[in-house]
Design a protein. Sequence first.
Lengths: 403, 613, 445
Amino acid sequence: MDFEEAATDAAASAEPADAPPAAASVDAPPAVELDGVTKRYGDTAAVDDVSLRVREGEFFTLVGPSGCGKTTSLRLIAGFEEPTAGTVRFFGESVAGVPPEDRDVGVVFQNYALFPHMTVGENVGYGLNFADPPEGVTRDERVAELLELVDLPDAADREPESLSGGQQQRVAMARALAPGPDLLLLDEPMSALDAQLRERLRVQVRRIQSELSITTVYVTHDQEEALAISDRVAVMRGGTPEQVAPPRTVYREPASRFVAEFVGDNNVFAGRVVDVEDRVTGEDGDATSNGDETSNGNETSDGVTRTAAVDAGGETLRVALDGAADVAVGDRLAFCVRPEYLRIDGGENRIRTTVASAEFLGETTRVTLDWGGRDLVLRTRDPLSGEVVVGFDPEDAHLIDGA
Amino acid sequence: MTDRRSGAGEASTPDAGPSRRRVRSLRDRLEGRLLTALAVVTSLTLVVAFYYPVGTVLIEAVVVDGVATLAVFAELVRDPFYFGELARLFAGESPIAVARALLGPDRRLGIVGFTAYQAALSTVASVALGLPAAYLLARFEFPGRRTLRSLTIVPFVLPSIMVAVGFVATFGTNGTLNAVLSALGLPPVDLMFSLQAIVIAHAFYNAPLVARVTTAAWESVDARAVETARSLGAGPARAFLDVVAPQVYPAVLTGAALTFVFTFGTFPIVLALGGFQLATVEVFVYRLVRDLSYAEAAALAIVELVISLGVLLAYLRYEARNTVNARGARPLPRRPLLPAAPSAREVLPRVGLAAYAVVAAVLFLAPIGSMVLASVTGGDGALTLEHYRFLVDRQRTGAAFQVRPWPAIRNSLAFASAATLMALPMGVVVAVLTTRRYRGRKLVDAAAMAPLAVSGIVVGLGLLRGLVFGVEVAGWRIAATGAVAIVVAHAVAGYPFVVRTVAPGLEGLDRSLIESARALGASRARVIRDVELPLVWPGVVAGAAFAFAVSIGEFTATVVLATGADAYTMPVAIERFIGRRLGPATAMGVVLLVVTGLSFVVIERLGGEHRGL
Amino acid sequence: MADDTDAATGPDAVTDEGAVSDGDAVASGEPSASRTRRGTDRPTRRRFLALGGAAGALALAGCSAQQTGDDGGDGGSSDGADGSDGSNETDGDDGSDGEGGDEETPTLTVATYTSFIDAPSVSPGEWLKEEFESRVDAELEWATPDNELNYYVERAASGVSIDADLYVGLTTEDLVRVDDQLDDGLFAERGEVGGFGDVRDGLLFDPFDRAVPFDTGYVSLVYDGTAVEAPETFDGLLADEHSGALIAQNPGGSSTGRSFLLHTIHRFGDGGVASDGDDEAVEGGDGDPDYDYLDYWADLQANDVRVLGSWDDAYTAWSNGEAPIVVSYSTDQVFADMEGANLEEHQIRFLNDQAYATPEGMAVFADADEPALAREFMSFMLEPDVQGQIAQRNVAFPATDTATLPDDYAELAQEPAEPVTFTYDELQGSVSEWIDAWERQYAGN
């Protein structure tokens, strides 16, 4: 599959959820599986009953704010920590009690963790003390090969300290890959780098991962990075994943209010349902009929979209129910609308707002609007000021849990 | 997707370990177990050569005539002679009354209180005298610096009788100091047989300890951190306070805590230079053991132990809280001793160091110089080599059962080398185990420090019972004496220094360095050797030097465990050569000085200046 | 006595010429903390050997600790055949008493304090060994454990065989302490000892007739006659002119210090300190029941007496002129003469014409393997020429009337007009209390 597209243009198109990556066979056991894993420190659970499966060859990202358990999950996979409960499996076999050195994982840390008393070449070759290089390749060749891979062909004799942060990070990557691990674990590898470098490096990381087809678990707090780089993303909160899905699903269809707000800019609305109706969206236009207030109406036939009118902040906003919910009048409902779906003077639902601030981002401007004390965000190419009416269509709203 | 298995994985077949594709040779497997094995061996060694023997003595405090009792303790803690005003607290008086008494002018400290008091004073003096030396050695470059650094520990190994000789000759009524003072037209000072004399002598022993430990930490300060601070606009003083000091504090406190513990258990030097009116707890432990009053002796020793361990534990908690993460990369550049420019900032520190050099010369060099002088001074006051001739004669003609110089030198070096080689892995293992995160690790750490805190006299008696007499198992009496037992006992006595010089560095090491290495396939033991130790190398070398010094200077355990005439060491020889004339003993003392001085230089040369960066 | 034995502690010297020490084997191991600092550029095999070496060294230490030193534990005939105290022959050390050695040349193990055989100046050990072995078909082995007699008390208390035949250098206090500590006798009855009749009556200090005195010494004052004229009486030491003039030793750790303390008790009485309720007090020779030794010491302390730890400490300080008077032995001039020092600086003073006598005895261990040979040795020790040699080499006074001594010996080795000492019965149950009370007064903080 085309990772580049998936990675860079997540928002552009909707895609069916959980499409398996190309290489993985359906029957093969997952490369990494966390099965009901809990890790407690004292009374607090850093990781709370987590079950995840990472497919072979997949680029899997754990993303979330600090303290969400993503790093602990990675450390449990690496074997730096043993779970308090539950099982970690590699290729279907439990690795309980297997020390990190026997797990065949490559780990890259945020601070590079290069051995300062060894040269770059010694760093990269360190793992070859414990695993032979591939058949027919000498140790030195292997080191050179890896340095080539990370675009540092001449760095072998240099001291790590003499390299820039990005270079050090690439050396760390080469070092982790040199012994040919089954699994690459990256713990916030770019958070110490500046934004530009980060973007360049993540392209490189993704390229290397694709070249080697190595199963990769990536930890970051940067949702943008997560969306850009991953096959699938697990958004974590309070020690548990709230949603595990491909980036565009996470973006387009966040499973919870937390995910909606954490991943990308979002406008979250909440309010009480005042009306539910079915709309026929066929060739003959938008015939509508009032829904039965007491019905559970979760069956929506082709060409019929069930929508709800929600009283949010004094405005009545109509949102498509996507056949997902058994929504009745009087329920509380939350939904989100991505900034790019907010249109100026457009859309079915109209909201009167005032421009609060604007950030010029180059291609677009990110405008924060004040709507009765609440912030809304939208992106536009045009300069805005004063009072603005924005709107969105019911289909562009996505229902979320956690109203 | 097979191409990625370019490593060993390709050749491997699924083996017993789940998901283990890396081929592990037998060697690797053994190495993987090495840390566990070393930990087990270390624990066993400690139990056999320390905890069990000491236990046989300490238990007498609570088991009298086969009956468990706390009566001995109860009596002890209520005895104002030992506990001063606090005894009244133990006797049930109200804390307020006791507090008032303690604040009153006629308060009694008791022997225990006084012992702590003089230990505290000695600690302050040792730190005050040790820090400038650390500053000099860590931050300045000058010819002979490395040698000087190596030699700082020499005072540490001197037998107390030698120090007493040197001190009386230097600070006595007719000593060198007063001779110089009167030549300068200044009034004489009367230092002998006072608390000051004891404190100075303790500083003589322990300031080098503070200096050496601190130097090692200072040398490990990463220059980048300082440069970063400077680049952020911090002046030199601010950078020192914010960056250097936090990395050096723990070492200073290490030195201070160890000094307190040592001087709390001080014994012969107090009576030699102070007098019985300044007697410390250990003096009474000695007397009680000598009179076979074991219950009281053991109870007192336990009091000593509790206080010493309490101090160590408090320190260890501090150490754990205040460890600064370090990567231990590039050390700070040293400055030339001669100022580059005549600015105040360049000159002032050097003037301070010059003043310190004068003080150090009086306190450290003069007593040693006096000792050397005594070794070449005859009964008539003229210079002579007769005392050295005595050593040669004794070597040539001494009876087989008498102590001769050469075997003493040979044994000292052999025991110290072996004990150092044993103390290093022991210390490193304990340092590694106590820098892991788990509940109660500081208690484990403190318990591991117990060899520093237990009364030397009790250790000696314990070794006699536990090792020399041995244990009866199924009709066999298993005992251990001689060279091996001495080496083990010395290693047990020395390894805490390795722990204390290595642990803070390890604790400060970036965990991700270790984890990276492990993920790359290195066993825990391999990581220690390949990554951790090289990064805390100055601490390792300092620890090795201390372990060596402890072994060289050790006396109590040596005399207990030496079975044959060929197992004695230099301090034993010195002790044996003490007669009415000090000459032969001081000559042997100078031999000890020279031999150990050379050894330290060799150790530090072998250890290397830095981690080979 | 050649040199003071207090605080003086030495290793037990056993005469075996040892093989290479086991330390060498340990030294061959490299520590796991190998000094290799570059992680990747050396073959790993070598490192492994290094690691293995360390483990091996550790194993060796533990292992040999277990191999050595089983005493058999069955008390059979072979038990204690190698008489050296506490010695555990290392493997392959055939020692001096191999197979059949017992039949041909029996070995007598004589325990004593170190300076009796190994002092920098003179000591009788070497001469005694040679002389005894030339007269008797036996081998003499010295044993000088660090804890001296306490070592054997410990052995007995721990149920370990004694491994020595007799102890040389017992004092009255030693006997009191041993008898207090052990229910079973550590020493055997004296038995037949030739020459015992020649021992001076005043020296017989063992009421149970185990210990045989072989020499005696006197604790007196030694002073620098060029600096001060020492007072003639105890009271004189309290004079202003002798403020800070006296250096004594800790009675808890030094035998000279203890003797001096006992002498003051003998002089001033103990004030009932050790009466344990029966109101019996030791009366002092001063005839004043209201002024006891603690009062005297309070006055001494007020007059700035120095009480240092050991005889070495005190004598070093005295030699350096810290104070002109020191508590020491009345034989001081013998040494001074040997060294060619100015005798004027080594004057002896017997306070009130008295000195505290410290007779030294020897006794056969009840557990001795060679009791007959041990008694033969005791007889040998009392022979006139041997008595003379002991007195000169141990720098003490003979225990017998019949010793052959150089005529001028008495010129330098001075004896007091009135030796004083406490008997076994007087010391028993008192000495600890006396010292304890003194410590509490003197060091009360």
